[in-house]
Write a protein that binds this ligand. Structure first.
Ligand SMILES: O=C(O)C1=C[C@@H](OP(=O)(O)O)[C@@H](O)[C@H](O)C1
Ligand SMILES: C=C(OP(=O)(O)O)C(=O)O
Length: 438
């Protein structure tokens, strides 16, 4: 425990992979449920909230703004805005830790409520671009200052917001959601156009809470107004399920079933990509939970073929590209990912991190400013720098499980897995992954 690289994992060949798993609640939906209920009349209960560091930071920030959030049991919370009035300006900077979603959405909410505040985060978050929200929010009338376009962000009070008609230069659900949250309190209609479809959890939840919103054909329109509180059930996180989906897909004969996973079509692009590579993917018990489609996902490993992934497909699988690269590493041929420049500004530069790790395991990889190409082939053990990025660490754990007998993989700096996936190790062991903390 505790080297210069932080905590790490040690992986060896897995004898057999298979089983039934339920992964924790959806991170995107958990953030939204907390933020939206804190400003909804009467508040509401959340069931299945992701109790991971990113969402708990958003929860703590809302408490600092005066919201009352009571735990009712594991994953269950009651959220109510302050009695007799709205949220209030915080007396200290709000720290959103590692979370782009928490920081960007909360900035939109605070700009709409006209609450002066400072927002910051950890070293990774303080390197991430914020001009993408600061520019449109300031164009609406907000007064947000960011040195060099990065956190900390400083919000001053302003004269009120005006709705905007905004064509986003990048396909980003965080930017879209920040603008919509501000638009709830702006004068006139707010319209956001996206260059490619991105996750629509905000639109679905806002509609469920009574907002005057419509969306489709690449744009969202929202008219200002209050939200009405309601209880919210959070499905299991597709992005967490994705590691096990990719693992089963990449190992012929393995079968894993993931229960009650959100399969919103703006999130489940990975399933279509793996099917195109030849994996057998089935959906069982399909139903709607709180306006979101949910299913049990059953994946059976087959020999895989390389594919080419387009920019539009990247937007529908933006957090799953590292997991997809695990399948690419085991596929016949070279998988090309295009239009993925956004991966360079996540918790780490995910293109560079994946390329470096895959090369360390003996694979041939080429990188471009907006993508990478991975040629499948034999893999060997070694040492991986996760760069403190939860999704890089968890993806390489899956590739570690596919090592040949006798090989060992060490993954450094895995602490941030706690930002999105508590109990990852236990879930790994439950399906036969040979993983130890070190
Ligand atoms: O809106 C959200 O909840 C998210 C949107 C995506 O980010 P971008 O909007 O920056 O693409 C994604 O990568 C992130 O994990 C969660
Ligand atoms: C990019 C991610 O999250 P965020 O932007 O909220 O930090 C992620 O979870 O992969």
């Amino acid at each position: 425990m505790g080297s210069a690289q932080g905590r790490g994992w040690q992986l060896g060949a897995a004898a057999e992979i298979g089983g039934v798993l339920q992964v924790p609640g959806d991170k995107s939906i958990s953030h939204r449920a907390l933020l939206f209920l804190a400003i909804a009349e009467g508040g509401g209960e959340i069931r299945g909230l992701l109790e991971a560091r990113d969402c708990l930071n958003t929860l703590a920030a809302l408490r600092a703004l005066g919201a009352r959030i009571d735990s009712l049991g594991p994953g269950s919370y009651r959220v109510v805005g302050p009695a007799g009035g709205g949220l209030r300006a915080p007396d200290k900077p709000l720290d959103l830790g590692n979370s782009g979603t928490g920081l960007r959405l909360l900035t939109g909410l605070l700009a709409g409520l006209n609450l002066p505040a400072s927002l910051t985060g950890d070293a990774s978050l303080c390197r991430r671009p914020m001009g993408r929200i600061v520019d449109p929010l300031n164009a609406m009338g907000a007064a947000i200052r960011a040195e060099d376009g990065r956190p900390p962000l400083h919000l001053a009070s302003h004269e009120g917001l005006q709705g905007i008609d905004y064509a986003m230069p990048v396909a980003s659900a965080q930017v879209k959601s920040a603008i919509l949250l501000a638009g709830l309190h702006a004068r006139g209609e707010t319209r956001v156009r996206e260059p490619a479809p991105t996750r629509d959890h905000s639109e679905r939840m806002l509609a469920g809470l009574g907002a005057d919103i419509e969306w489709g054909q690449g744009e969202v329109r929202l008219r200002p107004g209050g939200l009405r509180g309601q209880d919210i059930d959070v499905p299991a996180d597709f992005s967490s399920a994705a590691f096990f989906v990719a693992l089963a897909a990449a190992r012929p004969g393995a079968e894993i079933c993931l229960r009650q996973v959100g399969i919103n079509p703006t999130r489940d692009g990975l399933l279509r990509l793996l099917k195109r590579m030849g994996a057998a993917v089935g959906l069982e018990n399909q139903r709607l939970v709180g306006g979101e489609p949910v299913a049990d996902i059953r994946v059976t490993g087959q020999p895989l073929e390389a594919i080419t992934v387009s920019a539009e497909e990247v937007a529908l699988a933006v957090d799953e590209i590292p997991a997809l690269m695990i399948a690419a590493a085991r596929a016949r041929g070279t998988t090309h990912v295009e239009g993925a420049a956004e991966l360079r500004v996540k918790e780490s530069d995910r293109i560079a991190a994946m390329a470096e790790g895959l090369q360390a395991m003996g694979l041939s990889v080429e990188t471009r400013p907006d993508g990478l190409s991975v040629t499948g082939g034999p893999i060997r053990g070694g040492r991986i720098a996760s760069r403190g990025d939860h999704r890089i660490a968890m993806s390489f754990a899956m590739l570690g499980a596919l090592l040949p007998a006798g090989e060992q993989l060490r993954i450094d700096d895995v602490d941030n897995v706690a930002t999105s996936f508590p109990d990852f190790i236990a879930r790994c062991k439950a399906v036969g992954v040979n993983i130890q903390e070190s």
